[in-house]
Structure formats: C-alpha cells, structure tokens
Design a protein. Structure first.
Length: 247
C-alpha cells in the first residue's frame, strides 16, 4: 500500500493556507490529494477557511458566519503570508471542486463545526460533492463526531473518518460503531500497535500534521494509509526515495 500524501490546507508552508494558490502549488508538487476546511457564510455558501474568525488569515475581523460570501470575497486572504499573494481570495468549495475537475486529486473535506454548529453544513457539502461528481474520491472528517454520523444517516455513499487528537481506549470500537472508514489522528497518537489494531478492524489510519523527515518517514514506515503535511513536495520525495530503496 502506498501512503496517500494530502497537502494540508494546500501547500500551506509556502502559500497562504486554504487558497487556490496553495492548492495549485500542491498539485504542482505532486500531492495525491488536498485537505481543506469548510465553513458556511451568512448566506450559506460553503467557503474554505480554517479559523472561525477572519483575523489570522485575512485583513478582516469577526466571524466567518456573520458575513455573506460577497462581503468575504472583498477581503485579502494572502498578503499575511507574503506580498506576492496580495489580493488572494477566500475560495468557495465550488472553486476547489471546479478546479479539480481536470485534475481528479483526492479530497479530504473537514467540516469545521466543532465550535460553531452550522445548520445544514453536512447536506450542503454532500450536495456539492455529488453535483461535481467527486463523492467517490472524497473523505469527510470532523472533530464533531455527531456531524459525521449525519453523513452516514443520509446514505450518500461518501466515506467519512473520525478525527481526533486525544488518546482514547475506545477509539477503535467507537469508530466501528459510528461506521467510520478510518481514523485521522494527531501524530503523537501514532504507534505500530494502533495501526495494527485499526487494520485488524478494517479501519485505515491517517496522521496529521507531519512536516519533518522523521515524522513523515515514521508515518510511511508504520503503514498509514494517508498523511497530512504542509510540505507535500518533501513528503512525495521521501515516499519516492523509500520506494526506490525497496526496489
């Protein structure tokens, strides 16, 4: 099994996270997939941004939920990273899905609803994935476990994974109970025992966020099905080198 390399919020080490330039760079660097975060605007447009508030990654202030998309698209979401990215916009989920039509990268869409409960977020995201015919190549994840079970309840044939950074003895049985396909875990939880136990229970393991050669190598060596990294080029190079050494 070859470990899937997801660009975490795009190639976010070198471009502003969760923006089209970050996704473009991840594609250029050879990432297998894109990981991104989705929230809803005041007028229920799914947009790609990690923080509930605008302050860190844009020149705006306040909560994403309190602005319409037309208001949000006036903001600069790039110059905080570098003047080179001045006037980069907050993208919609539609923008990513349309861009991916000709590329067909794998997608991990994280529902950012563990702090703010966005009414209808699951429905809207699933509808968009089906509309763009990208359900089969997408995994939905969330720290809000009640939210991802709603995806199963809707019977939309989209895989979903339990997302956690906490140690929990019941992680494997709980994941099976809610019919998750896999577990997405923080790096400090990663162990050979956990991966083996998960696989024995027909669950895959993905690990976040690994950015050094040591952590990337460990994730691949232990047989993680996927890893999330801000530096996809480094991860791809390491994966290629390991493959060459084995052959």
């Amino acid at each position: 099994m070859s470990t899937i390399i997801y660009a975490h919020r795009g190639a976010s080490k070198h471009a502003p996270e969760n923006t089209m330039p970050a996704f473009e760079l991840a594609y250029k660097h050879g990432a297998d997939g894109i990981e991104t975060d989705v929230q809803l605007t005041k007028d229920n447009i799914p947009v790609l941004i990690h923080d509930e508030q605008l302050n860190r990654t844009t020149n705006g202030t306040g909560f994403v939920k309190d602005f319409t998309y037309n208001e949000l698209k006036q903001l600069d979401a790039g110059s905080w990273k570098s003047p080179h990215f001045t006037d980069t916009k907050i993208p919609r989920l539609d923008d990513l899905l349309a861009w991916n039509q000709g590329k067909q990268l794998k997608l991990n869409v994280e529902l950012k609803n563990n702090i703010i409960s966005y009414q209808g977020l699951e429905d809207i995201v699933c509808q968009k994935l089906n509309e763009y015919k990208m359900a089969k190549q997408t995994v939905i994840s969330s720290f809000n476990h009640a939210s991802i079970t709603k995806v199963n309840d809707k019977n939309v044939n989209i895989d979903y994974a339990l997302l956690t950074g906490r140690r929990n003895r019941t992680l494997i049985p709980y994941s099976k109970k809610i019919k998750a396909k896999g577990i997405h875990i923080g790096y400090r939880l990663l162990s050979n025992r956990l991966v083996t136990l998960a696989n024995e229970n027909k669950l895959y393991v993905a690990v976040y966020t690994v950015n050094s050669p040591i952590t990337i190598n460990k994730a691949i060596r232990l047989g993680c099905q996927a890893l999330f990294t801000d530096v996809p080029k480094l991860a791809i190079d390491i994966k290629k080198r390991r493959f060459a050494e084995r052959n």
